[in-house]
Design a protein around this ligand. Structure first.
Ligand SMILES: C[S@@+](CC[C@H](N)C(=O)[O-])C[C@H]1O[C@@H](n2cnc3c(N)ncnc32)[C@H](O)[C@@H]1O
Length: 331
């Protein structure tokens, strides 16, 4: 990954391209940065961002794009000739209102603009009573760890609990060679958005409806979407027997800790070799410890996996975080 201190012009452009894709407005523009932002720098930045085919097809938030471009233009105007297209894109972005609150984010893998996962999502933490319509930090963290540990998922049937917009399930399916990936959630708007996001990232797959499951398939890949409410485990189809169970940012509400532990236990009873990986941002220690206590009461073991740094995907390393591996004591 590029570091901020690299001196050449190419890395200066890459640094700002990275900020743009990260949705980061908190960058500082030092005089030495602005000095490098000549016409070629500006053209390279525009081509990799707002001029790119990806962004034309799937535009990012107009509000963010206009704030970002405005900040760059303000600094450029004092020291450089400003590329006309900066002003054109600023006008377009200012008029670009997010449709129904949704826009697209492009999460770069290894900071490569040709290797992105595109996610339709909102900026809001809660929409229509669900937290599932944006990508949370734990989803990025779990995906990054999975990309470093592909063997755990390779050729396995993976099921994700509380998938939200689907970043983790999509990234594991795309990069870790899972045999099948079942993304689940309890909210209708969330399930619909997962479907849109699978289609965006795997346009080649055929969509098929089967019972309560929407499948996206070809010879090599298989992703499914199904409703799964942790409060209704009696409804779980009996033939649903994953090898690996995952979840990102699903330990946050004291009222769902027991139902969540019940689902994990149910799948552990179905497959004694099941491996469970739950990534969390610990916002409230009592809630998180309540989950650990509930696991203990349900005869479920856990161990903590260290997550020292970002490798393939950027996530906020200042967060209080946890990655648990959970398994049944009945092994
Ligand atoms: C904070 S979001 C995390 C979404 C996603 N995993 C991520 O990290 O970006 C929590 C998710 O859990 C889902 N959820 C909450 N309660 C649930 C329940 N009882 N059954 C199934 N899913 C639930 C929500 O709909 C939401 O998508």
């Amino acid at each position: 990954m590029t570091t901020e201190s690299e001196p050449c012009q190419e890395s200066s452009v890459k640094k700002f391209i990275k900020y743009f894709y990260q949705g980061n407005l908190n960058f500082s523009l030092l005089p030495e940065d602005v000095e490098k932002m000549d016409w070629n720098w500006q053209q390279e930045f525009l081509d990799a961002t707002v001029n790119s085919k990806l962004l034309k097809e799937y535009p990012i938030s107009g509000k963010f794009a206009s704030l970002f471009l405005k900040k760059i233009i303000q600094h450029l105007e004092r020291n450089q000739e400003v590329h006309d297209e900066f002003y054109e894109h600023l006008c377009t972005s200012m008029n670009n209102v997010d449709k129904d609150g949704f826009s697209y984010r492009h999460y770069l893998i290894d900071n490569d603009i040709n290797n992105a996962i595109t996610i339709k999502e909102t900026k809001n933490m809660v929409v229509n009573g669900t937290t599932g319509l944006k990508t949370w930090e734990a989803a990025l963290m779990l995906s990054d760890w999975a990309l470093c540990n592909k063997n755990i998922f390779s050729n396995k049937n993976v099921l994700e609990l509380g998938s939200g917009v689907g970043f983790t399930g999509i990234s594991i399916s795309k990069y870790c060679n899972a045999k099948s990936m079942m993304l689940t959630d309890c909210h209708d708007d969330v399930l619909k958005t997962i479907s849109d996001n699978i289609h965006i990232n795997f346009p080649q797959l055929q969509k098929e409806e089967e019972n309560n499951i929407t499948w996206f398939k070809d010879q090599d890949k298989s992703l499914g979407i199904m409703p799964l409410d942790w409060n209704a485990i009696d409804d779980l189809p009996e033939d649903l027997v994953p090898d690996v169970l995952i979840g990102a940012d699903i330990v946050y509400d004291p009222s769902i800790l027991q139902p969540l532990a019940n689902v994990i236990q149910t799948f552990c009873l179905r497959n004694k070799k099941l491996e469970v990986y739950i990534a969390s941002v610990i916002r409230n220690e009592d809630t998180f410890n309540g989950f650990l206590k509930t696991l203990g009461e349900m005869d479920l073991h856990y161990e903590t996996i260290e997550l020292p740094k970002c490798v393939h995907i950027e996530w906020n390393q200042s967060i209080n975080r946890s990655l648990l591996k959970i398994y049944s004591k009945l092994k």
